[in-house]
Ligand binder design. Structure first.
Ligand code: COA
Length: 167
């Protein structure tokens, strides 16, 4: 089957691989080099496996029946109580060679459906201001609504919040 499905425990290694590959490709020059270089696929895989063993929800993958997993996303309830958005897209990563083929859109829409099914009516995603992927969220209907500075490794980075008021 090619398409979106919920993640399973045996996806942990592929999710860890996608996370590290995509972070290093996307954030080189934007985030602290030492942190990027130190990322480990094996460590990420162990972390994802542990999350899933502890019953993680909202973790979705895109699987290609020939090529395996090409992207993943994670969504859940809003973590910052003062924000008015019910839900949050906390991760969305598509392998560099697989970008631009509709996988990100399918994952994002699948996560919107997941949040709606869990009773959430609005959602926010944070993205680095310097990351051109922010225009993807604008293309998918997100409105630029918030701005904040967040610590990352030895530096501070500017992040933008894109919101959807009605899912
Ligand atoms: C951002 C990301 C998830 C988008 O996924 P994708 O599979 O490449 O995007 P899609 O092919 O589904 O694109 C959907 C639409 O958004 C547009 N789009 C995608 N990336 C875009 C960008 N950087 N700028 C403007 N538009 C973009 C596409 O052209 C397409 O438009 P259409 O409606 O005219 O067809 C993916 O590129 C990615 O993983 N980037 C690196 C990691 C990252 O920054 N993740 C977000 C962290 S918050």
């Amino acid at each position: 089957m090619t398409g979106i499905r919920q993640a399973r425990l045996d996806d942990a290694a592929a999710i860890g691989f996608i996370e590290v590959e995509t972070w290093q490709a996307t954030y080189a020059g934007l985030l602290d080099d030492h942190t990027l270089i130190a990322m480990s696929t094996a460590r990420k895989a162990r972390q994802w496996a542990a999350e899933m063993r502890h019953g993680a929800t909202g973790l979705w993958v895109w699987e290609d029946d020939q090529l395996g997993l090409l992207g993943f996303g994670h969504c859940g309830a809003q973590r910052v109580p003062s924000l008015t958005y019910d839900g949050e897209i906390s991760m969305l990563y598509v392998l560099p060679d697989a970008q631009g083929q509709g996988i990100g859109r399918n994952l994002l829409q699948g996560m919107f459906t997941d949040l709606k099914d869990r009773g959430m009516g609005s959602v926010l995603v944070w993205v680095l201001e310097a990351n051109p992927s922010r225009f993807f969220y604008a293309r998918l209907g997100g409105k630029l609504v918030l701005r904040r500075t967040i610590p990352f490794g030895a530096t501070q980075v500017d992040a933008l919040g894109y919101g959807w008021e009605i899912l």
